[in-house]
Design a binder for this molecule. Structure first.
Ligand code: APR
Length: 240
């Protein structure tokens, strides 16, 4: 049962492309991470089992970069929408740039670099900011600390909640994702038939049905889009 559309709600689904102009690498572009690393070796439970030190090193470098990065105009434009709308950011990204730009409601489907967790089921997590995790660093339950990241083959976090937010949004904005990883990519199918649906990216393989495609860089396209949506809302309220 799909929830009713909330006229003032915007659901934003982001991927690595929204952080590209903050200097953080994407995955599948020509200089993407998966062109230099094998995700099976550094982002899977099997990779962790076989060579945990290599996995820690991969994420230590990404955590260091993310910690030093700053939000770009794309992150800031998304945050600016909160002046007139209820905005939920559902991100595949593991950096904190949406939060640093001022977004108050951010759902991380694939975990967060700034946290470590134990390897037991308890999943006790610890904030580590930009610090490295080393072999032998243990959780209080005695298990080796690992990045608090969802690896390929592991269960995505908060997915049901994310589906509900997209289904109830009057506007669905998708930014900087190749929509090639599931179940995150399936969120676009949860958008209401009557919702305004926009996808911002440098290119798109298959435009999801009902979506308008705005080709361009997030830091270039989003400020104008956010300003238009805010102005439309101002006029709507003035005429109400
Ligand atoms: N502005 C907007 N879009 C951009 C920009 C930019 N400056 N730069 C790149 N893009 C677009 C690319 O065209 C591409 O469509 O962002 C998308 C990046 O796609 P991917 O590299 O596949 O990243 P993403 O979709 O976030 O990957 C999803 O895959 O490996 C897993 O867990 C990882 O969360 C990641 C998931």
């Amino acid at each position: 049962m799909k929830p009713d559309i909330q006229p003032n709600k915007i659901a934003v689904l982001t991927g690595a492309g929204v952080s590209a102009e903050s200097g953080l690498p994407t995955f599948r572009d020509s200089h993407g991470l998966w062109n230099s690393y094998s995700w099976e070796q550094v982002a899977s439970p099997e990779g962790w089992r076989v060579r945990p030190a290599a996995v820690l090193e991969f994420y230590n470098e990404r955590r260091r970069q993310a910690w030093l990065a700053s939000p770009n105009a794309g992150h800031e434009a998304i945050a600016s929408l909160e002046a007139a709308f209820e905005v939920v950011v559902i991100t595949q990204n593991v950096d904190e740039l949406h939060e640093r730009a001022g977004s108050k409601h951010v759902i991380h489907l694939h975990g967060e670099l700034a946290y470590a967790r134990g390897t037991s089921e308890a999943r006790k997590r610890y904030r580590i900011d930009g610090e490295p995790i080393t072999m032998g660093q243990l959780c209080e339950d005695g298990t080796q600390l690992r990045p608090d990241i969802v690896w390929f083959g592991e269960e995505v976090q908060f997915f049901e909640e994310a589906c509900s937010h997209v289904a109830g949004a009057a506007r669905v904005l998708v930014v900087g994702t190749s929509l090639s990883v599931f179940p995150a990519a399936s969120l676009v199918t949860m958008a209401g038939a009557r919702a305004q649906k926009v996808l911002v990216s440098l290119e798109v393989e298959r435009l999801p049905p009902g979506f308008e495609f705005l080709r361009g860089r997030a830091a270039e396209v989003l400020p104008a889009l956010a300003a238009k949506w805010l102005e439309d809302e101002r006029v709507r309220i003035a005429q109400a």
